[in-house]
Design a protein around this ligand. Structure first.
Ligand SMILES: *[C@@H]1O[C@H](CO)[C@@H](O)[C@H](O)[C@H]1NC(C)=O
Ligand SMILES: *[C@@H]1O[C@H](CO)[C@@H](O)[C@H](O)[C@H]1NC(C)=O
Length: 212
């Protein structure tokens, strides 16, 4: 093969690698791709890994809304970038208003949307459109300890470095959203559900090429 041909081939292969292996976020015009709609569990894992924050609804324990849903925002991470565990971890303090609800009842619901990524913006999808994939988790928020807390720390501090400087006297602890059911709103045809088993079995490796 002649030298210019080899150089040309290397360039083309390099470009293919560049666009298929991500780094999409830094490339103008490169769009984030979503896994196939019919692979619902993979779509759910895709959304859960890309989201840095989520809305968490608890059952309020505070007057005058005791017993009513109370939705609040939290920074989350299911693992360092490209190390998805599927479990959203949280960094919480007992001083926080929703955490007071969780101490009374840990039952809660968490929602995450690709509206927080460039995917919906670049495609022109309204956040409420089913094309702008979003998921709702049912379950409860539970504290974690031991090696799971070590992973939660790595997951959260790598994606939310400011957390390292949050005041030590606030009693921060690591927690997870313990999933009992996953609801997926992606594409048309109504909501689809995924069991925790299906969700955790959906290989994050298969999603790797879609992540930025
Ligand atoms: C971690 O928490 C579980 C359940 O709350 C408990 O059974 C276990 O003893 C704890 N482990 C450590 C190392 O604290
Ligand atoms: C945590 O979730 C699992 C399903 O993934 C469920 O079987 C278990 O009961 C949940 N634990 C609590 C304490 O809610």
């Amino acid at each position: 093969m002649s030298a210019p041909l080899r150089t040309g081939l290397a360039l083309v292969l390099g470009l293919i690698w560049f666009f298929s292996c991500g780094i999409c976020a830094s490339v103008p015009g490169c769009r984030l791709q979503i896994p196939p709609h019919e692979e619902v569990a993979r779509v759910a894992r895709f959304v859960a890994h890309l989201c840095d924050w989520a809305s968490l609804a608890t059952v309020s324990s505070r007057e005058p809304v005791v017993g009513q849903p109370f939705s609040n925002l939290f920074s989350i991470s299911d693992g360092p970038t490209a190390q998805s565990s599927g479990t959203p971890y949280l960094y919480l303090t007992p001083m926080e208003i929703s955490v007071k609800d969780l101490q009374v009842s840990p039952v809660s619901s968490m929602s995450m949307s690709l509206a927080q990524t460039d995917y919906c913006r670049d495609s022109g999808y309204d956040p409420q459109s089913p094309l702008c994939a979003h998921i709702i988790l049912s379950g409860s928020v539970l504290p974690v300890n031991g090696s799971e807390a070590d992973f939660a720390k790595k997951a959260l501090f790598s994606r939310h470095p400011e957390m390292m400087d949050w005041p030590l006297d606030h009693g921060w602890f690591f927690a997870k959203f313990n999933i009992t059911l996953v609801w997926v709103l992606d594409y048309f045809g109504g909501v689809k559900t995924v069991s925790p088993d299906e969700y955790f079995q959906a290989s994050p490796e298969q999603n790797r090429k879609y992540w930025p």
